[in-house]
Design a protein around this ligand. Structure first.
Ligand SMILES: Cc1cc2nc3c(=O)[nH]c(=O)nc-3n(C[C@H](O)[C@H](O)[C@H](O)COP(=O)(O)OP(=O)(O)OC[C@H]3O[C@@H](n4cnc5c(N)ncnc54)[C@H](O)[C@@H]3O)c2cc1C
Length: 476
């Protein structure tokens, strides 16, 4: 019988715990969670604010009680693990409500403590009473109650990433006029500029104001007024800080575990933590989820992807490895998707910006096709951008923006990448077709045809920038 401790009871931690129980009925499994809730639906939180998910209980998938009754797992909520001793193989826990501390030894330990929202240091922030971030149910409850109590009419979201955009849409659904301010020239950083523009148009068409290349430099009137770098002054009832997350790795650092340049816990391929001093494997300590560094599946470079799939996959693999299976984590593509009113924006692999930064040579093609047969009512365009190696045809990444069926196209391409297929294989994918669902030449097939034409030098493409340069040259 092993005694297994898990720090963090949501995506990575809860998945590991249930898999551990299925692999062994005898092991003692204890989850420590510093907050009240375990196994809740972080990803559904913005939709609860918007009222699309109407019942708060629907966000709570399991409770400490159901974990005990269904899986015989001991969940200690309101219990923060405050230190690890890798030599004694023990952790110290502080009971959040009483302050009482005690130690627990382990045979195996998993850290899945997640990540915390970044708060920008803005002048006047400390006096504001209406600034929130969204990470968990507690944050969500605070936003929800503030909106209702203060009868919020307007909201300003700092950061146009996935969560910021989801919140903008959901606040609009609630009748709250929303604005997004982002320091970058585009929203949704995983997309390339021209793909993100489609999402921005959709936000603006639906009434969201988007301020790009700008940032909040001062918060006044206890949060009711914000001053932007551009000189604009905006009034707002609510401010959401949504500028990304940083790994919750303090525990790992003080416990002597190795962390990377941005503070993520470093693991080997089996998700075992490394000793900060010796660089050797700390064999009985594992880490998973938002807190860890991972390898990019495309080129093996180091990255971090705070998304639910990696956390869940890693949680399961850790449980398997703790039980003697020779499993390893193969890296991440960063496949992700977001709803922007009637649009779906999805991405997998590297985008052009990332490939440029890494100096990886690539070609890109963009195709726009109907999501299903044009003669069947309701057909809508999907635009797919495909990035690939001009030498080998290896697929390096893809982005898609459209309506129904956009998700499936990116999922097919993500599967193709993981399966090692090249652009030459995409025309050969035999995808399900009937008029309401697709076309006998699916948009993914078409993207493959166009990319293959390019590879075989049957055709060439001219990018928008190249075209604009040519036109300018002609007129100069
Ligand atoms: C609003 C929102 C929407 C999202 N939407 C999506 C989406 O649509 N798709 C997607 O793929 N991903 C989405 N994500 C991201 C996804 O939820 C995370 O990637 C995933 O939950 C990470 O799992 P994790 O186990 O690493 O961390 P978490 O699920 O965050 O769990 C970590 C837990 O550890 C606890 N903890 C931390 N330190 C300690 C300690 N010392 N002692 C005890 N407990 C501790 C924390 O309280 C927390 O509950 C979203 C996240 C948010 C916040």
């Amino acid at each position: 019988m092993k005694k297994i401790l898990i720090v963090g009871g949501v995506a990575g931690g809860a998945t590991a715990a249930t898999r551990l129980r299925r692999l062994s009925e005898h092991d003692e499994i204890i989850i420590f969670e510093k907050d009240e809730h375990i196994s809740f639906a972080n990803c559904g939180l913005p939709y609860y604010i918007g009222g699309i998910i109407s019942e708060r209980e629907h966000l709570i998938i399991e409770t400490p009680e159901t974990f005990k009754s269904k899986f015989n797992i001991d969940v200690r909520n309101f219990s923060e693990v405050i230190s690890i001793d890798i030599l004694k193989k023990s952790v110290t826990i502080r009971e959040v409500k009483t302050g009482h501390t005690y130690d627990e030894t382990y045979d195996k330990l998993l850290l899945s403590p997640g990540a915390t929202p970044i708060w920008l240091d803005i002048l006047g922030l400390e006096k504001a009473k209406n600034v929130f971030s969204m990470r968990n149910l507690v944050d969500t409850d605070k936003i929800y109650h503030y909106i209702h109590k203060e009868k919020v009419q307007t909201a300003l979201i700092i950061g146009g990433g996935f969560i910021g955009v989801e919140l903008a849409e959901n606040l609009m659904e609630k009748g709250i006029q929303s604005k997004i301010v982002d320091v970058s020239s585009q929203i949704l950083p995983p997309l390339d500029y021209e793909m993100a523009k489609m999402a921005q148009n959709e936000l603006e068409t639906n009434g969201v104001f988007v301020y790009l290349n700008d940032s909040v430099i001062e918060i006044k009137d206890e949060g009711k007024t914000v001053v932007l770098k551009s000189g604009l002054t905006l009034k707002t009832d609510l401010i959401i800080m949504s500028v990304g997350v940083r790994p919750e790795s303090r525990l790992a650092i003080t416990g002597g575990l190795k962390v990377g340049a941005k503070g993520h816990i470093v693991t080997n391929e089996h998700l075992q933590a490394l000793n900060a001093k010796t660089n050797g494997v700390v064999s009985d300590v594992y880490a998973a989820g938002d807190a860890i560094e991972v390898q990019d599946f495309i080129d093996g470079s180091t990255t971090a992807v705070p998304l639910a799939w990696p956390a869940n996959r890693q949680g399961r693999l850790v449980a398997d490895h703790m039980n003697g299976m020779n499993v390893s984590f193969k890296g991440v593509l960063g496949t992700a998707i977001v709803k922007v009113f009637s649009l779906t924006c999805a991405v997998t692999g590297n985008n052009a910006k990332t490939l440029d930064k890494k100096k990886i040579v690539y070609k890109a093609i963009t195709v726009t096709r109907s999501n299903h047969s044009g003669y069947y009512p309701g057909a809508k365009d999907i635009t797919i951008k495909l990035l690939f190696s001009p030498e080998t045809g290896k697929i390096l990444g893809a982005q898609a923006v459209g309506q129904e069926g956009t998700d499936k196209r990116i999922d097919v391409i993500a599967t193709a990448i993981k399966g090692g297929l090249t652009v030459f294989d995409l025309p050969d994918l035999e995808l399900a077709y009937a008029p309401p669902y697709g076309s006998s030449k699916d948009p993914v097939n078409i993207a493959g045809y166009v990319a293959s034409n390019l590879m075989k030098k049957e055709y060439d493409v001219v990018s928008q920038e190249e075209l604009e340069k040519c036109v300018k040259k002609k007129h100069s």
